[in-house]
Design a binder for this molecule. Sequence first.
Ligand code: FES
Ligand SMILES: [Fe+2]
Length: 344
Amino acid sequence: MEQKRIFGERWLCAGRAEQIEKPGKYFLFNTGSESLILLRDHKGEPHAFYNVCRHRGTRLCSELEGSLRSSIQCPYHAWTYALDGSLIGAPSMDDVPDFSKVDYPLNEAALVEWEGFLYVNVSDKPISLEEHFAALIGKFSQWRLSELRVARKSQYEVKANWKLIVQNYSECYHCELVHPELSRLSITKSGYNDLHEGSFLGGYMEIDPQYESMTASGRFCAAPIGNGGSETAGRVYYYSLFPNHLLSLHPDYVMTHRLIPQAPDSTLVICEWLFDALEMAGADFNPDDAVRFWDTTNREDWEVCELSQLGVASKAYSPTPYSPRESLLAAFDREYLSALGEID
Ligand code: FES
Ligand SMILES: [Fe+2]
């Protein structure tokens, strides 16, 4: 049901535009039973092709990322597609009456670039991203997200349902116990949620004034992004973008998590640390301070998510009321139920 109503209908964050900067560079985004090939054609147009040969359905690309010179060839009977998806080679098919290659291009999913992120939608009738994302348009302009570049990427296989991971991200009720370092750097009971209902949820927490950013040292590990104005300085903003994208905006860098459910009790989490491209080009640039801090914090989170997964599978578990510090979880639950059509 989730695969059909949520991952089959909603806009999903698949990656960053820089992953397909050059024509022919591609990566796969696999969600449920769908696999998409994201690439840019020779005219510079980005595409999200279904990784499915039009002939007899064979998976075209198996490597998770790579470069295609000028075409995609099916490994079964050599039907060949140009980078714009058109069928350009189909051996022996000229003998088939009325067969015309123009009728069989690769099928395509909707793809939109938003703030440097590639968002895909596999619905037959996707809702417009511009409309759906209206509350976020311009909201993050101070971080110049489309100009940032990925300095580091980590993947985690978490033995927990994707919803437990979003829920864990959506509260700091657990922070004092689970994250001693995070609780030292930021004031865990501080902050304010400015998005508290619907598909996008979150707000900010204050960084302890003794520190500059959320890093292992507590110091900046790059110059502050943007104008360093009062909205970006001294705060970390945490937003969940339903269903699979978590966006954490720091004064000097941005961290994102993409969640890709693998099974009811297993989620692939791809975490990236984004920095200003000019900062990254500097001789003394080193993202380790930020990466180390969040890698530790991530692992602390995955551990409790996995314990939670084990517990909620028990017949002895039934939900209790949430605490006031879990208001975003209640909002997430409402959004989830409404996406499934269980409530209006
Ligand atoms: S299935 Fe792809 S060419 Fe036959
Ligand atoms: Fe946490």
